[in-house]
Design a protein around this ligand. Structure first.
Ligand code: FES
Length: 200
C-alpha cells in the first residue's frame, strides 16, 4: 500500500503546485494599465513619419531595414527633383528679380498714358512700379497666365529687348515682336516707353 500512498501524495502535491501557479498567474502582479495607449502611441509615431506616395509595403520598410529606407529615400528624392523641384528650377531661374535692392540697377520707363517717366528698378515689375506711383494698373493673375496686365512697349522692336519676363505664358513670338509685354512679370533691362492697358 505504501507505493500507492506515495503515488497519491505525489499527484496531490503536483495538483497543489499547479493550483498555486495558476493562481499566481491569474492574479498577476496586480498592475493593470489604466487604458490601452498602444493605439495612441502608434498614431503619434505615424504622424511623425513623412507621407510618401509609395504603396504600403514600401512605407513599412522605412522603419525596418536601413537599406530599404535608403532606397526609398533616394527614390523619393529623385522623383521630386524630376517632377516638382526640377520643374520649379526651370520656372525659378535666376534673373533680375533676385538682385538685392542695394545692387539693383534702375531704368527710365515712360508710362505714356499716365504721362510720366519714372525710374524702375531691375528687380521690380513694371506693374508694381506703376502701382507704387498710385496708378490704377490693370491686372488679374499676377503670374503671367492671363493678359489682363498686358501693355505695349512702343520704343520699337521686340519687348524682350527691354524687359525680362519671369515666366510669361501667354504672348507668342509675333506678339512679343510687336512690343507686347505682361507687366506683372516684366522686369526692365533697358529704358523704354510703354502703353499700359494695351493687349494684343
Ligand atoms: S495679371 Fe495675368 S498675366 Fe499679368
Amino acid at each position: 500500500m505504501a507505493p500507492v500512498l506515495d503515488a497519491v501524495s505525489m499527484i496531490g502535491g503536483a495538483v497543489l503546485v499547479a493550483i498555486v501557479v495558476a493562481l499566481h498567474y491569474t492574479k498577476g502582479t496586480g498592475w493593470t494599465s489604466s487604458q490601452d495607449i498602444s493605439q495612441e502611441v502608434l498614431e503619434r509615431r505615424a504622424s511623425t513619419v513623412a507621407e510618401t506616395d509609395f504603396p504600403e509595403p514600401m512605407n513599412r520598410s522605412i522603419g525596418g531595414g536601413g537599406v530599404a529606407a535608403g532606397a526609398v529615400g533616394s527614390g523619393e528624392g529623385g522623383e521630386l527633383e524630376e517632377g516638382g523641384e526640377g520643374g520649379e528650377t526651370a520656372e525659378e531661374e535666376s534673373g533680375p528679380w533676385d538682385v538685392s535692392d542695394d545692387e539693383a540697377e534702375y531704368f527710365e520707363v515712360e508710362f505714356v498714358k499716365e504721362g510720366e517717366t519714372i525710374e524702375v528698378a531691375e528687380n521690380e515689375t513694371v506693374l508694381e512700379s506703376g502701382e507704387d506711383e498710385g496708378w490704377d494698373m490693370p491686372y488679374a493673375c499676377r503670374q503671367g497666365q492671363c493678359v489682363s496686365c498686358a501693355g505695349q512697349i512702343t520704343s520699337g522692336g521686340n519687348s524682350e529687348d527691354y524687359v525680362v519676363h519671369n515666366g510669361q505664358e501667354m504672348l507668342d513670338d509675333g506678339e512679343l515682336d510687336e512690343g507686347y509685354t505682361l507687366t506683372c512679370v516684366a522686369y526692365p533691362k533697358s529704358d523704354f516707353s510703354i502703353e499700359t492697358g494695351s493687349a494684343p
